[in-house]
Design a protein around this ligand. Sequence first.
Ligand SMILES: Nc1nc2c(c(=O)[nH]1)N[C@H]1C(S)=C(S)[C@@H](COP(=O)(O)OP(=O)(O)OC[C@H]3O[C@@H](n4cnc5c(N)ncnc54)[C@H](O)[C@@H]3O)O[C@H]1N2
Ligand code: MOO
Length: 630
Amino acid sequence: MKRDKYIDNIDVEEALQKFLSKIDFKREIEKKAPWDSLDRITGDLISANFSSPNYNAAAMDGIAVLSKKTINARENSPLILKEKTDFLYVNTGNPLPKEYDSVIMIEDVVELDKGEVEIISPARPWQHVRPVGEDIIKGEPVLFANHKIRPQDIGALLSAGLMEIPIYKKPKVGIIPTGTEIVEDSKELSYGKIMDSNSRMFAAMVEKWGGEASRFSPTEDNYHKLSETIKKAVQENDIVVINAGSSTGTKDFTASIIGDMGEVLSHGVALKPGKPTILAVVQGKPVLGIPGYPVSAFISAETFLKPLIENYLLQKKQNRSKIKAVLSRSIPSSLKHREIVRVTLGFIDGKLIATPLSRGAGVSMSLVKADALLEIPRNYEGYQKGEEVEVTLLRPLEEIGEYLISIGSHDIVMDLIADEVNLSSTHTGSMGGVTALKRGQTHIAPVHILNEQNGVYNEFLLDKYFDDETVLIRGVEREQGLILPKGNPKNIFGISDLLKENIIFINRQRGAGTRILLDYLLKKDGISSSDITGYEREATTHMACATAVKSGSADVALGIKAAAQVMDLDFIPITFENYDFLVKKETLSDERMKSFLNFIRSQRFEDKIKNLGGYNARETGKLIFKGDIS
Ligand SMILES: Nc1nc2c(c(=O)[nH]1)N[C@H]1C(S)=C(S)[C@@H](COP(=O)(O)OP(=O)(O)OC[C@H]3O[C@@H](n4cnc5c(N)ncnc54)[C@H](O)[C@@H]3O)O[C@H]1N2
Ligand code: MOO
């Protein structure tokens, strides 16, 4: 099949408006009990069946009287009333007996013997009486059309005697995951297969927005089969979403199939992630081709599927709250498209700081970790660090304020702490943390940098980059060593073995602490890096190195023991390194910081660290000040 290489780059708003203008939804109405209608949309004006209350009701506990018979009651000349003749006892909510028109509260009545009471002031007509229809009058509107039903609405509908109300049927959204590599069950998740996560995510989004999701099983990349599934989906649904196959690969059929069935309005929008989105109409129904990468899938669905459902339900665009924040890092972006960047947020010295997360369209965890989304408009080159930007919140701001911010080097220990303490950490490497702390953009900067002059970790950073107001909190010691395939088939026992023939090494990126350690060890042993095969090949995390060894693409890596253990690999220890935390002294009195310190100094933390293997908590929590360093 010939590839359609010409994907458009249409402006998002323009594409969406054109899409919406071509669709004429056939909305249907169903009848449901009010209590089954929460969050549904009224399909018509709904008027009261009964007045509420439908009788004149006593509004207080007391006595019912005829007001004109009480006008002579005075403090200096009390009036005596006889039960059954002049008054009757009533409780709140009781119907007012026909012959009476007023209620006196029991507190204002002196009860005498023999069924008599005394009052000292007259009762006004209709005082303490809820007249018929005080709340709702029969025939008057209770709810207008196109209103989203809330709990209090359900209460009012029932008070008005409505047992059934007209609401719009939910728009049915057919969701088709595609791709021969897509599986539904993790039991089938062999090498090269991908779990179908997107279609379940779409289904949840659709339900949240008020639609009814109907999901198909993954359809393989086969023109005929896919075409049959799409036909069925269009017949059975109001909206159809086809996931993946939206780009220009040899098996990306979506656009041409939809084109054969109806009209493709646009293929390719100026949105990143989400570029290859397809907007089409088949038999008057909207058909969306959404790209496969999970983040692209999420952003594209938010941008195009949500407005479709809102439009079907005649609801206004529901915007999330926005807030201003200061960027901790620069984010360059292309002029060509609108880009959506996931960010974490945190309050440092009362200022809200936004830190960008991974921008990869395949990194679904960036959406899980994000506190907010930052939109970089089309025709913008991006934003500079320190610039004030507006972000769209994904979490309540109050919750964000409870979090301690950490920017710097990553270690599994941070995840372990985050499980117990409100901690939001972003990983930029040690030097990224040092810069962020200097700029007041983080509370904590986790670091592990070796001083190549004396072989001591981190302490020199205080002298080199900070004034007396900064302190180093001793974190953990972690074992660094050689990560090797199980059984060590190539007999590697030390750094000098990296020089052996047929040994392929995998390195960490420039600037990474482990890379600096390797260079230090090589220098100490007088080894030249150019003699090591693979020295130039860089991975950015311990786990990526371990994965390379596991898959056989490398024979050895330098890294932490925990990574070797997780991947079930062999490990030969070389040295211990310190993973510590730099903080400003003033932060030590922050309650969030106190819980951080309490936890890392606890026995519970030490036990957890020991369980990880390759760690120890010898001096964890000790404070090192600039003056302490000899
Ligand atoms: N030569 C070019 N290649 C690509 C371009 C381009 O313009 N030229 N665009 C890239 C962009 S941008 C995106 S986004 C993707 C879109 O890919 P497709 O929509 O065609 O999707 P696939 O290639 O089939 O799959 C991509 C990727 O998505 C994941 N996936 C797919 N289905 C699911 C699912 N149901 N659940 C979870 N994840 C899923 C999977 O990781 C696939 O590997 O194309 C680029 N390529
Ligand atoms: O537009 Mo793609 O959706 O960047 O990854």
